[in-house]
Design a protein around this ligand. Structure first.
Ligand code: 8YV
Length: 321
């Protein structure tokens, strides 16, 4: 390893991860955890060998073109790489890595939380308890939908999708999935494969989005596709907001075509969509799918393993460009 490669660490990382970074690298840290503008990012990257960013840093073609020649690798602290223009990185021969596997359990936990929360109206109930508006009880009060025994359709049966399926089986759910390719029966664990998204949408009570966003999947849940969903279906999204046509989705939530939704991700982040926040049939979280201490540490170590491999002259395990 060359003496102390220089690493720009764009956000505050867990203490143990920063300590490990400090041992082996000469780091520019961000102790105030301030979101850098693109200009600042390019400025701070001057003279650095590597960048360790989060999905909050938009590494567009324009930003990539302005990075100094000293940058050899971008080791993301995220599994999703939709914030990175991978073609632009490849053109400049800058290696890009991500952090798969380590956040699958955490993200699946949040998917199940959202599914239960949306089906059982947890958002409305919680708001009522906090604003003091719980005044009555009757058999008709806050009646939701059962999850147990229902059919769950998973779009994207990768690492996260497979854990969501496993957890959903704990609720006796009948798991169906759409994926670019059919999984082996060992990985399917009895889940039913659909080679067509429309057929999955038409047959499921719950739909969970678990695929990455890329030019092929952007807007995957279009107005036309929403119209194929079962009436009164419930939608869960822990992947990326850009998978959904939010305008069409809001119309469907208003009409009851989609009975409820549990969302952790939005087209605009941070902030989300104020119109969605107004809808009582949504259960909403602020992109915390992987936000637990164990997972944050593991993501940091995974990013560091990629950096270490690169600077030792080996191929990083999680290279995506
Ligand atoms: C992370 C995520 O917290 O890893 C991802 O792709 O969406 C999140 O769960 C975030 O991206 C960290 O940069």
């Amino acid at each position: 390893m060359p003496a102390n490669p220089k690493v720009l660490v764009t956000r505050k990382l867990p203490k143990a991860v920063e300590e490990r970074l400090n041992n082996d690298y000469d780091c520019h840290f961000n102790p105030d955890d301030r979101l850098y503008s693109s200009d600042e990012l390019v400025d701070f990257a001057q003279g650095m060998d590597a960048i360790l960013p989060c999905h909050t840093e938009k590494l567009t073609a324009d930003v990539v073109a302005r990075l100094p020649d000293t940058i050899k690798i971008v080791a993301n602290f995220s599994v999703g790489v939709d914030h990175c223009d991978l073609a632009a990185f490849s053109e400049r021969s800058i290696v890009v890595t991500n952090t798969p596997d380590v956040l699958s359990d955490a993200t699946a936990e949040i998917a199940i939380l959202l599914m239960l929360g949306a089906a059982r109206r947890a958002g409305e109930g919680e708001a009522m308890m906090r604003n003091g508006s719980w005044k009555d009880w009757s058999p008709a009060f806050m009646v939701g939908t059962s999850v147990t025994g229902k059919r769950l359709g998973i779009i994207g049966m990768g690492r996260v999708g497979q854990v969501v399926a496993k957890r959903a089986r704990g609720f006796d759910m009948d798991v169906h999935y759409y994926n670019r390719s059919k999984l082996s029966s060992e990985l399917e664990q009895g889940a039913m494969y659909h080679d067509d998204i429309d057929s999955l949408l038409a047959s499921c009570d719950f739909i969970s989005l678990n695929c990455p966003v890329n030019p092929d999947t952007k807007g995957l849940l279009s107005r036309k596709r929403i119209s194929k969903m079962r009436d009164g279906a419930i939608l869960i999204n822990t992947a990326r907001g850009a998978l959904i046509d939010e305008e069409a989705f809001i119309d469907a939530l208003k009409s009851g075509k989609i009975a409820a939704a549990g969302l952790d991700v939005y087209c605009v982040e941070p902030g989300g969509n104020p119109e969605i926040s107004q809808l009582p049939n949504t259960f909403l979280l602020p992109h915390i799918g992987s936000a637990n201490q164990e997972t944050r540490d593991a993501m940091g170590y995974r990013a560091l393993d990629n950096l270490d491999a690169f600077f030792k002259g080996s191929e990083p395990n999680d290279r995506v460009a």
